[in-house]
Every structure is written in C-alpha cells, then in structure tokens.
Write a protein that binds this ligand. Structure first.
Ligand code: FMN
Length: 311
C-alpha cells in the first residue's frame, strides 16, 4: 500500500525522497528521479554565503524549475543571520521546502561550525532554525545524523529541540559523524527519533531497492525514506518494478537522463560528471563493463548519446 506523506502544508504522493548529494542531485537528476517516482527531491547543499553574496556558481546550483516541484532546497552555514538572509532569497524561487544541513561530515564544512558540527551546539542550531523560519513562509526541515560519535547519540533530543524551534520535518541519516559513510546504519535511533516528535521523520542510509524502502518504512514507523547513493545510476529505485535486468532497458534510463542533461545544462563542459553518472547505470549487469569502457572513452557528449546504438 502506498502511504502519502504530509510535511505541512505539503502533501506528497508517496514516502520516497531523493536525498541531497553534492555533485549529483542537480536539476536534470532531480527531474529524472521525479519521473521515476520520487515524491520529493533535495538539491545539493547550497552555501548561504554564496547566495547572500550573489555568487554566480551558487545561483546556478540553486536553480529549480516548476516542473520538478515539489523540491527542497538545502542550505548550509553556521551563522543565523546569514542563513536567515539566504532563506529570504530562496523563498522567492520555485521551491517548496527549505532544508538545513546539520549532518554533513566534510572537514571544510564542519571546521566552520556548519553541517554535523551543529549537532554539538544545539543552541546555535536552534538559533539558525528560528532565524530561517522567521525569514520564510515555506516549511523548514533539517537533515541530521544520529550524533557526533557513539558516546553522543543525541538525535532524539536534538529532534525535539528542532520541532520546538519550528521545523516541519526531520531527515535522519542513521550514522554518527565519526562513522562518515561506512559502518552499520543505526535504525533503532532513527525509530527513536520518530517516537520523540510529532512531525514527519524520514529515515536514511544504505537503502538500495524499492522493497528495502518499503520494509524500512514498516519496521521503523517512519513517515518517509530518503535514498541517496542507491539512486545513482538507478532512478528505478523509486518504482515498484525496480532496476531492469537488460542492458537495453538500462540504456533507456540513461538516455532519458542524458536528454535532461542536454536540455538543462552545458553537457560538454561537465563531461566528466556526466560520464560518472552514466557509468553507474551498467554496474552489476552482464555486458556492463564493456559499455562502461565505451562511456569513459567517449570524446564528447554526442558520442554518449549515440551509445544507445551499441546495445
Ligand atoms: C557524494 C555525496 C554527497 C552528499 N552530499 C550531501 C549534501 O549535500 N547534503 C546532505 O545533507 N547530505 C549529503 N550527503 C549525505 C546523503 O544525503 C545521505 O545522507 C548519505 O549518503 C546516506 O544515504 P544513502 O546511503 O542513501 O546514500 C552526501 C553523500 C554523498 C555520498
């Protein structure tokens, strides 16, 4: 049974959400995942400073289109005033949710007090949430980890603080900062977060199939499930049919993705990135390694588009 998900005042078609992935969840990939069934997609993390200082590259990353809605734009930063200003700026864009990154483990981000570092400073995190909520009428969500390390699993208390400060939904990646992206996902803590608040909670971590997503929703009681790496080269993760077993069907998925890249970006300028996405469509399938070699050898975007003739 497909459950709906409500992040007030938004009503989503189903509980499957594309996670924010820096370098990957750009406009074409979000549109693709929406076509394949994701009810909501998150942008890559966007710097509040880049927005406030009107940086061309940041504005480009923050670009959304009405066809992809509902979409959540994720901000990162550690200064409440700056985050509030950035929230005001993006509120005029075609977006439905402002998300605040409180889980990024990357040194460059954490060193400045942003991302997962905010889980060590709940007072600052609360100030950021309040300021963002003050400056926008859109629903605000946060994305967190279970805690900083195994000794400080603070996600349930942190989630309550966030709810009291005004957020309308919480995504929890079931790992601590020290775990990075490896080690076991702590589903029990995600379920505890769900029981600790009355707003929707989305669990996240290592989901790679539609069936796993459904099983996770059942066992955790969460309102939604957020899928990141499992969607790369596999937008079918959002559909009950799942990833097709033939090269030609996988190629159809890739070609749809390439068409969106062609329509919304300058593919030859980002050819390495396009190849990175493209190669992932043929992992774990007979004949896949030969296609992958052809992808990495392609001299330009036109050659990638022609690869469909090869299967
Ligand atoms: C390459 C990469 C980029 C990521 N970028 C972001 C980001 O911009 N914002 C964020 O909140 N999380 C980011 N994450 C974390 C993911 O959203 C997600 O929490 C994590 O990958 C676990 O989920 P998964 O196993 O479904 O990928 C990133 C993860 C990866 C691997």
């Amino acid at each position: 049974m497909i459950r709906r998900l409500q992040i007030k005042p938004l009503q989503l078609e189903n509980p499957l959400i594309l996670a924010p992935l820096a370098g990957y969840t750009d406009l074409p990939f979000r549109l693709l995942c929406r076509q394949f069934g994701a009810a909501l997609c998150y942008t890559e993390m966007i710097s509040c400073h880049g927005l406030v200082y009107d940086k061309e590259k940041t504005l480009q990353m923050a670009r959304t289109v009405p066809e992809e809605r509902p979409v959540a734009l994720q901000l990162f930063g550690a200064d409440p005033e700056m985050m509030g200003e950035a929230a005001a700026i993006v509120s005029d864009m075609d977006i439905d949710i402002i998300d605040i990154n409180m889980g990024c483990p990357v040194k460059k981000v954490v060193k400045k007090g942003a991302g997962a570092a905010l889980m060590k400073d709940p007072a600052l995190a609360a100030a950021i949430i309040r300021q963002v909520c003050k400056k926008t009428s859109l629903p605000v969500t946060i994305k967190i980890r279970t805690g900083w390390n195994h000794e400080t699993i603070v996600a349930p208390e942190f989630a309550r603080m966030a709810e009291d400060s005004g957020v309308m939904g919480i995504a929890v990646h079931g790992r601590t900062w020290t775990q990075g992206f490896g080690g076991a996902v702590d589903w029990q803590t995600i379920a505890r977060v769900k029981r600790s608040v009355s707003i929707p909670v989305f669990g996240n971590g290592d989901i790679t199939t539609y069936a796993e997503a459904q099983a996770f929703l059942e066992k955790s009681g969460c309102d939604g499930v957020m899928i990141g790496r499992g969607a790369l080269g596999n937008p079918w993760v959002f559909s009950p049919e799942g990833s097709p077993a033939t090269l030609s069907k996988r190629m159809e998925g890739l070609q749809l993705h390439l068409q969106l890249i062609q329509k919304y970006s300058d593919p030859d300028r980002i050819l390495a990135k396009v190849k990175n996405h493209a190669g992932r469509y043929f992992k774990g399938i007979a004949g896949g390694s030969s296609i992958r070699r052809q992808i990495y050898a392609a001299p330009d975007f036109a050659a990638l588009m022609k690869l469909s003739d090869a299967v």
